[in-house]
Design a protein around this ligand. Structure first.
Ligand SMILES: [Ca+2]
Length: 507
């Protein structure tokens, strides 16, 4: 980490980059663009009669449309016999006129061909979007089975691997509102605290991907986030379970929602020396870990549960064998770590990382044995849906990275206070010129001087909100270290939430 004392030029733009979740429908809600309505055919429904609604004046005076079809006789239509008007449907509509019948079939053939062409185009478009046989639903992830929208989150497993029922609850906002997806209303709804209990809480946490033994509890809070509540449904024996939910808008007598805490996270001991860059107390950043191979510090990481550590994908991209890695938690100096055993890794899960663009630079490490949570080893909070971190929000980065470009790793843990930089500024020509995608966040100081550097990779970018620390980013890349207009770029953890929970559930 490179830290020199310079004044930051406030960036006042809002960082919309972290708000994508709200515009995005839940993973199983009908995506607005994915199920296009069949294009309506606006051509003549019955082309033979197409002109009859607006016949030329001299016809309409004599024949109503019905009359012109069925009561027309040549002798009452002298105009046509003299061909003083363009021949066409006016003649052909006469069902008893043998000559006009023969003229009708090329016209019908033309219509049929047109319809076939339109149908062909629609088929190609549907095939192109891969939804040819799944118009009214969504495909299961693990196979090609198409499950209708009404079957998502209905409490019945329809996908062979059950993924239609796995992402039906989530935590919302910094006060941890529990929300469930209502397949009836096709939206997320708060859960009414009436009928709620710890057993349901543990079940909900487990379904999200947490271990039962990290469960903290739940609170009942008033919420204005939604006027609709999901209600706990109890069966005839009086027992309730998570799949028995139903949605009703006005049946929550307490008018309170469930706020659910699945893990005690984001707390630290605040003994930081203001303005200092060297971390002097172990409990200040208790989620920070050192990831090493053969006792060499290579990357940083953040503890999110006793079993799981978040790091950057580029750290493990070329060393993806879990057996090579050791995780050191609860240390400040590299000397201490030399004497410690550390924790072995059982699994590494890497996102679809692209080393060329640094897209999706996030990975997870699962430990063989869970970390013992102490005041020096604690998890940081994963952000919840609906949490917006906007520039120029104050944030902290920590790590044992080098203190200058190309330097060797720092012997002690360093910290730096920086600010979020909005994506528009970060993508501007003098900064990163369009390289910043929605999987990334920029933070640092545009005038340079303070930045993450080699060896900080994978480590935490954290923000304090509601008296808790939240993992907003994982250190990813940058052009040099602490150069002017080249701030640090971090993996956008908020963006990766669904992916993280999915891996925690799966493994
Ligand atoms: Ca289902």
């Amino acid at each position: 980490m490179q830290t020199t004392d310079t004044t930051y030029d406030n960036v006042s733009h809002v960082n919309y980059g972290f708000q994508h979740e709200e515009q995005r429908p839940p993973p199983f809600a009908p995506p607005s663009g994915i199920n296009p309505a069949l294009p309506q055919y606006h051509g003549p429904q019955n082309p033979q009669y197409v002109h009859q609604n607006s016949p030329p004046q001299y016809f309409s005076e004599r024949y109503s449309p019905a009359q012109s079809l069925h009561q027309y006789t040549p002798q009452t239509a002298p105009v046509n016999t003299h061909r003083t008007v363009t021949p066409g449907p006016y003649l052909d509509v006469n069902p008893v006129h043998k000559a006009s019948r023969r003229k009708k079939w090329p016209f019908i053939l033309g219509i049929v061909i047109t319809l076939l062409v339109v149908a062909g185009v629609i088929a190609v478009v549907l095939w192109f979007y891969g939804i040819f046989d799944c118009l009214q639903g969504r495909r299961c992830k693990t196979d090609e089975k198409c499950v209708s929208f009404s079957q998502w989150c209905d409490g019945v497993q329809d996908c062979p691997s059950g993924d239609d029922e796995t992402q039906c609850s989530r935590l919302f906002g910094s006060d941890y509102l529990l929300q469930m997806y209502s397949n009836m209303n096709q939206k997320w709804e708060n859960v009414c605290s009436d009928g709620w209990n710890d057993n349901l809480g543990m079940q909900a946490c487990e379904e999200m991907g947490y271990e039962r033994n990290t469960y903290v509890g739940y609170e009942e809070i008033y919420s204005r986030a939604s006027t609709d509540y999901m209600l706990v449904k109890t069966d005839s024996l009086g027992s309730s379970n998570l799949t028995g939910f139903h949605s009703k808008t006005s049946d929550c007598p307490s008018n309170k929602a469930v706020a659910l805490k699945c893990i005690d996270c984001g707390r630290n001991s605040e003994t930081r020396i203001v303005g200092g860059t060297m971390v002097t107390s172990k409990g200040v950043w208790p989620w920070q870990v050192s990831l090493q191979i053969s006792r060499r510090h290579l990357c940083g990481g953040s503890v999110i549960t006793p079993y799981w550590v978040v790091t950057a994908a580029h750290c493990v991209y070329e060393n993806s064998d879990a057996r090579d890695w050791t995780v050191y938690a609860g240390y400040l100096t590299r000397t201490e770590m030399q004497l410690a055993t550390g924790n072995s890794v059982s699994r590494i899960v890497m996102h679809n990382f692209d080393p060329r663009t640094n897209e999706n630079d996030i990975a997870l490490m699962k430990l063989n044995l869970p970390l013992t949570i102490t005041s020096n080893v604690r998890p940081v909070c994963l952000p919840n849906k609906g949490m917006y971190f906007t520039a120029p929000r104050e944030c902290y980065i920590t790590g044992w990275g080098s203190q200058s470009s190309g330097g060797s790793p720092s012997p002690t843990l360093q910290e730096a206070k920086i600010q979020l930089i909005d994506r528009t500024t970060c993508n501007s020509r003098p900064v990163y010129n369009g390289q910043i995608t929605e999987t990334m966040i920029c933070a640092g100081k545009l005038e340079g001087g303070v930045d993450s550097c080699q060896g900080d990779s994978g480590g935490p970018l954290v923000i304090k909100e509601n008296s808790l620390w939240w993992l907003v980013g994982d250190t990813s890349w940058g052009d040099g270290c602490a150069f002017r207009n080249k701030p640090g770029v971090y993996g956008n953890v908020t963006y990766f939430l669904d992916w993280i929970y999915e891996q925690m559930r799966r493994y």
